[in-house]
Design a binder for this molecule. Structure first.
Ligand SMILES: [Zn+2]
Length: 572
């Protein structure tokens, strides 16, 4: 046991000094105390330190930072009597995973609603909703989320189909992408929506083309007509939602999350959990901005940013905007009309205001995240970022604006990510081949051939950051990584991958969830890689994913999650 200590030069010198009879000098009495030794070591792993660094076997942690990365023998030699030793048993060890785009509060609240994401048909949807309603007889509204357009005949469900599952109470089910909701007849009646109701700005009440009656599907802002009637969640509901999100993150090896839109109130909620020691993920939360956003609104969020500063656990610094909707409902902005409908999608912002607000935020040093899914939305956003950079020279030279989603893109825009240092923030699992039954025909094969082009962006020298968009889909980063490296659905089809040229190496996919994600939140100097001095956020997996074929990647499980130097999850 003592022999281990000689491998570390400073304790070895201290022991030599003590042996020479100089005990009593400061340091001698401390040679065996825990602060000299790591608090925790992980050995026998396949350690990928991140950012393309060479593999190692072990990691030593002292306090909340990484002390050293090396061989198991080297790291074991540092251990003292109080050091916790975790044997990775040959499994992969990676920096704590960082979900670059999710929705912490709505995600957590979704756990209190009917989960519809797995349903593959109308009958399955109705069954889940019926069972959820029966299990929650006290709830005045029956809420659900996650249904997919391809699960229902014609892509949009009807109120009668929902009435068949719930008729005694109002019910509203939000689609997996959040852009359409499905209300039953009772909910429509409470909202006063009839054949005579006009579409609100930026939304559509879907109506039966023969009768003119509302069908029950409400798109974009029209969802608010019904959703505003749903009793608000309480503060305690919201705190519990964040707690549930954190517990889920730990099960998935996730130690950092980036919240895609929120408010000063949300920050205060997160801060309450930080103060009670419950915020055991690092949270970078974007502030939401909508059309009409003014200099006064910007002054207000400047104040929020100042309040939290550059805290390693909770901070803001980003503003989230939407320029378009989604391809499935023909609301994503396209450069040319959809393949099966003579529309191109309307931008949510007037172009002039969009450019002006982005330039204003850029000038104030904010990072801007724009939800852009169609090739037209992506181009408008790149153009706005380029113009902001031209209008605002230094001091904001370290600009790292982001485009969220980028489901399809014009080929000419791919190199612009590297050129403008714009981050492609993508959610690989959204491009899982078996969920594109509406997506592909809507834009046609040619544009679909440039779906989720993270491979091309990386090859062109651009940066990517990966995330889930939870609760749109599961938070589990394994399914995002699987999709990025294989481009198949979870069952492995199609063999060889869909648009296989966009497959990326496993290390690049891990980087997208670690070092790339850390860069995307201006945190690359303190997290996202395992190196001396970096924050000790670590995920230990059950298998050597780097030595296994990519098709076997999903066999791996998260064994242990370490946040800030402490184990926060262990599978056993
Ligand atoms: Zn999102």
């Amino acid at each position: 046991m003592p022999s281990r200590r000689f491998a570390h030069i400073l304790p070895a010198l201290a022991i030599a000094v003590c042996l020479l009879g100089l005990a009593g000098l400061p340091g001698c009495a401390r040679q065996d105390t825990p602060e000299a030794a790591p608090d925790l070591i992980v050995v026998n792993g396949k350690v990928y330190p991140g950012g393309g660094a060479a593999f190692a076997e072990a990691v030593a942690v002292r306090g909340n930072t990484v002390l050293r990365v090396g061989t198991s023998q080297d790291i074991r030699s540092l251990a003292g009597p109080a050091t916790t030793v975790i044997d990775a048993r040959g499994g992969a060890v990676v920096p704590g995973l960082n979900d670059s785009h999710l929705h912490v509060i709505s995600g957590g609240l979704s756990l209190q609603q009917a989960a519809l994401g797995e349903a593959r048909s109308l009958e399955e949807l109705q069954k889940v909703i019926r069972e959820f309603a029966a299990a929650h007889p006290d709830r005045p509204w029956v809420l659900g989320r996650g249904w997919t357009y391809m699960a229902v005949p014609g892509g949009l469900p009807t109120r009668q189909q929902l009435d068949a599952a719930v008729s005694d109470r109002p019910a509203v089910m939000v689609a997996y992408d959040g852009h359409t909701c499905w209300a039953n007849s009772r909910a429509l009646k409470m909202a006063g929506i009839t054949a005579a109701t006009r579409d609100p700005d930026g939304g559509a009440i879907v109506k039966d083309p023969r009768t003119g009656e509302p069908t029950g599907a409400l798109k974009e802002s029209a969802q608010g007509l019904v959703r505003k009637l749903v009793p608000a969640w309480t503060r305690e509901d919201r705190l519990n939602a964040v707690r549930a999100a954190i517990a889920m993150a730990h099960r998935f090896g996730v130690t950092s999350v980036q919240n895609a839109g929120g408010s000063a109130e949300d920050m205060a909620l997160f801060d309450e959990l930080r103060k009670s020691g419950e915020l055991k993920v690092r949270l970078y939360s974007a502030m939401s901005a909508e059309p009409g956003f003014s200099e006064a609104d910007a002054d207000a969020i400047d104040g929020v940013r100042k309040t939290y500063g550059d805290d390693p656990v909770l901070k803001t610094g980003a503003v989230k905007m939407y320029i378009d909707g989604v391809i499935e409902s023909h609301t994503a902005v396209m450069l040319a009309p959809y393949a099966n409908k003579p529309v191109k999608g309307e931008p949510i912002w007037k172009p002039e205001e969009f450019r002006r607000v982005i330039a204003m935020l850029d000038r104030r040093g904010w990072q801007v995240w724009v939800h852009a899914i169609g090739d037209g939305g992506v181009r408008m956003t790149l153009d706005a970022f380029e113009q902001a950079a031209a209008a605002n020279p230094a001091p904001n030279a370290d600009r790292r604006h982001r485009i969220e989603h980028i489901e399809t893109i014009d080929a000419a825009d791919i190199p612009r990510f590297a050129k403008l240092n714009v981050i492609a923030s993508q959610q690989p699992f959204h491009g899982t081949p078996d969920s594109l039954g509406v997506w592909i025909p809507n834009i046609g094969a040619e544009r679909a051939s440039r779906a989720w082009v993270y491979g091309s962006v990386l090859r062109a020298g651009g940066r990517v950051a990966f995330g889930s968009d939870w609760a749109v889909v599961s938070m589990d980063p394994r399914i995002g990584i699987h999709t990025a490296i294989n481009r198949t659905s979870l069952d492995g089809t199609p063999a060889g991958g869909w648009i296989p040229g966009q497959r990326i190496p496993l290390t690049a996919a891990i980087d997208g969830y670690t070092s790339g994600a850390a860069y995307a939140s201006f945190d690359e100097r303190r997290k996202g890689r395992l190196a001396p001095g970096m924050l000790a956020d670590i995920a230990i997996l059950s298998t050597d994913i780097f030595g296994a074929p990519p098709e076997r990647f999903l066999d791996t499980k998260v064994e242990t999650t370490i946040f800030d130097g402490r184990v926060v999850y262990s599978r056993k």
